[in-house]
Design a binder for this molecule. Structure first.
Ligand code: 7PJ
Length: 289
């Protein structure tokens, strides 16, 4: 493996360990899958504590909902939601990821101790590349066709996997030219972001085609509507088993990070997949490699 570690701010993850579980911490009052239960600061912190107890590897803090059709959040509101959580969790012992596309939020979060910037816009906003180029934060570069307001209006591709791959290659090249080391970059096809269910399933099935420069792949399928469509239109809270199946499939196809709501179940599923793959239960009860 050319990139033997994934650099994530204060943390480094060996690439030969089992896939990382990134737990979603929404501080969005309108999040579609938890109904805003974690909107308040205290609730968000309790949720983070619970994910840590369940074995989360990275905590992904998001202030702005990016569900289809959602509107952009003003900068000051996003900062007011995200920064108190970053400060409160800065010494929790787990890497903190910030789900944002705004350069100002990136800078503030990095100054406050964030370890990874997760950008659904793939660092395309003016100033985003410059905001993250220095330092050693991990980056997640995601593909999205169009924008959250319009992305689900009849998405079109000739070859979705090739087009997503071309986009990701261009973004990697831009980041590398700005001085970002390969060890800091992860790539994400952006399931559900300007894709039909069939586009998403093709991307998942053919995920190995996105192993660009051997960079780690992040897969975010948790509770998404494509899974709902497969299982007869069940609502987000009833998509846990489907989400686990998708996470294991993504791992089997090379994903190194899975972004999920259901941390405990996903950790168990991936530990099981990893043990089968290595024909071994592992060395000790605390060993999570
Ligand atoms: C993703 C994300 C994803 C990355 C969201 C949801 C919608 N970031 N942020 N990948 N999805 N990197 O969780 O359903 O798939 S918000």
């Amino acid at each position: 493996m050319t990139n033997s570690v994934f650099q994530c701010g204060r943390f480094q993850f060996a690439r030969d360990r089992r896939p990382l579980v990134m737990g979603i911490l929404n501080v969005t009052p309108d999040s579609f899958s938890d109904g805003g239960r974690h909107a308040s600061r205290d609730a968000a912190l309790r949720h983070a504590e619970q994910m840590i107890a369940e074995g989360v590897d990275i905590i992904d803090i998001g202030g702005e909902s990016s569900r289809p059709g959602s509107a952009a959040l003003p900068l000051d509101e996003e900062l007011a939601r995200v920064m108190p959580i970053v400060e409160a969790l800065a010494s929790c012992g787990k890497p903190l990821s910030i789900d944002t596309y705004k350069p100002e939020v990136m800078r503030a979060a990095l100054a406050g101790g964030a370890d990874l910037i997760n950008d659904i816009w793939g660092f395309r906003m003016p100033g985003a590349v410059e905001a993250v180029a220095g330092g050693n934060a991990g980056l997640c570069v995601m593909h999205m066709q169009r924008d959250p307001q319009t992305m689900q209006e009849d998405p079109q591709y000739t070859d979705v996997v090739a087009e997503v791959g071309d986009f990701l290659r261009e973004r990697v090249s831009t980041l590398r030219m700005a001085g970002v080391s390969a060890a800091r970059i992860s790539l994400d096809p952006g399931f559900g972001f300007g894709k039909t269910p069939d586009h998403n399933l093709r991307l998942l099935a053919q995920l190995p085609r996105l192993a660009i420069d051997d960079l780690p792949i992040l897969a975010g399928l948790s509770r998404k509507s494509t899974l709902g469509a497969i299982i007869g239109g069940k609502p987000p809270m009833q998509r846990v088993a489907a989400s686990l199946a998708a996470a294991v499939c993504a791992a089997e196809r090379g994903a190194f990070i899975v972004r999920v709501h259901d941390v405990e179940q996903t950790v168990d599923a991936l530990k099981t997949w990893w043990a089968i793959r290595h024909e071994s239960v592992g060395r000790t009860k605390t060993d999570d490699t």
